[in-house]
Design a protein around this ligand. Structure first.
Ligand code: SF4
Length: 389
């Protein structure tokens, strides 16, 4: 018999809360495979999967861990994620990982890759440079070389050789996962009361530590159980898009607070690795070329990805329109350069279309939400009272 909805959500919440990675340790014991950690926001998990390795998304320690040593490695004015990652490394929580990949996201992640290499010289520590040129002959050739080089390193550490047929099978497995994620986003857009974001968030985040096949099953079960729940009825909440939370993830309590303050979050950018590639990656032909092409030509808009001059904010406006949102919450980690540098341009784009917005910041260990609750509640009330709709 399938587990019930509260039990499924509680299991997902526990998977993303326990930073000692018990599920990863159990997987390693069961399979003997490598576990390769990665920092937000995107890595080509298909490559690791095809090599028999488990890709493990790292999102710090949330609000559960006191940072003692991690602070010594960073200035006080940067975001929280790298401090907790270092703390977790030093206290042994991540010792089940055979290596970590640090994707090119921002200077903080770049520095973290160097700190990591110095602290754990025996482990694989790999900075994944990604192209900001999207021509196949230039950025594509560069990115393909990066992927081949990472695959070589994983192989040297004990992973399987990267083979076309197994990579094609891995692409198939991740395509299925992405299709379900897209379907859940569409369901939430249409009936957000059936799929509260506080639930969807943990169900998605569980995918950072589970093998993709198990996560796909979790998504399927969650969809079926949530849609069956006849108790869930629409309420008079304001429909909002939440943006800015693509790297350091907010505490679950913050999302619950926003929903209790009267917001239906109908689109967001949490856990972007699950949706970085918008459509299916082709399962025909050269699978590595297909992964590269998808990265170049079918990735979501993000502050960490170059987009043409004068186009910042346009994608956000499109998302607002598509989701029939009535406003936008800019919800970024404190001191997150990529998110906060983009924000004025995105706000200008919204202002140009008369779309209301409000903004606040968080850290993964924020514990007090009252001020945010009042701000989001006032924002939601003002939309319901004074919007033209
Ligand atoms: S939260 Fe922002 S500044 Fe911090 S590591 Fe992530 S992208 Fe970089």
């Amino acid at each position: 018999m399938k587990e019930n909805l509260p039990a499924l959500v509680a299991r997902a919440a526990e998977l993303c809360r326990d930073w000692r990675l018990p599920s990863v340790r159990a997987w390693k014991q069961r399979t003997g495979g490598l576990a390769i950690g990665y920092l937000p926001v995107y890595v080509p998990r298909e490559v690791f999967h095809a090599q028999g390795a488990l890709a493990v998304g790292l999102t710090g320690a949330g609000d559960d861990l006191e940072i003692i040593k991690g602070d010594a490695f960073y200035q006080s004015y940067i975001c929280h994620l790298p401090r907790s990652t270092i703390e977790l490394g030093l206290n042994g929580s991540l010792d089940c990982l055979d290596g970590i990949v640090f994707p090119a996201t921002c200077d903080v992640i770049r520095n973290l890759s160097g700190v990591w290499r110095m602290q754990f010289p025996q482990k694989m520590s790999r900075y994944l440079d990604v192209p900001q040129n999207f021509e196949r002959e230039m950025g594509g050739a560069f990115y393909r070389h990066e992927l081949e080089d990472i695959a070589r390193e994983v192989h040297e550490r004990g992973g399987k050789q990267l083979e076309a047929e197994t990579l094609r099978a891995s692409i198939r497995a991740y395509n299925e996962n992405r299709r379900l994620v897209r379907a859940l986003f569409a369901l939430r857009r249409n009936e957000p009361w059936k799929l509260p974001t506080a639930e969807l968030y943990v169900v998605l985040r569980a995918g950072l530590v589970l093998p993709v096949e198990e996560h796909t099953q979790l998504l399927r079960d969650y969809r079926d159980l949530a849609l069956l729940d006849a108790e869930r009825r629409p309420m008079d909440q304001a429909r909002v898009v939440l943006t800015g939370s693509f790297c350091e993830q907010p505490p679950l309590g913050l999302i619950k607070t926003l929903e209790r303050a009267g917001c239906y979050i109908v689109d967001d950018d949490f856990v972007p690795v699950l949706r970085w590639l918008k459509g299916d990656v082709s399962e025909q032909g050269d699978p590595l070329a297909n992964l590269v092409a998808a990265f170049l030509e079918d990735a979501i808009d993000s502050p960490v990805r170059y987009c043409g001059d004068g186009t910042k904010g346009q994608d956000l406006v499109r998302r607002v329109e598509e989701s029939k949102a009535e406003g936008v919450l800019f919800c970024a980690p404190s001191f997150c350069d990529p998110a906060l540098l983009d924000q004025p341009m995105a706000q200008a784009a919204l202002d140009g279309r008369g779309i209301p917005w409000t903004s606040f910041k968080y850290a993964e260990n924020t514990g007090q939400f009252q001020v945010i609750r009042e701000q989001a509640g006032t924002f939601a009330d003002s939309i319901k009272l004074w919007s033209e709709a």
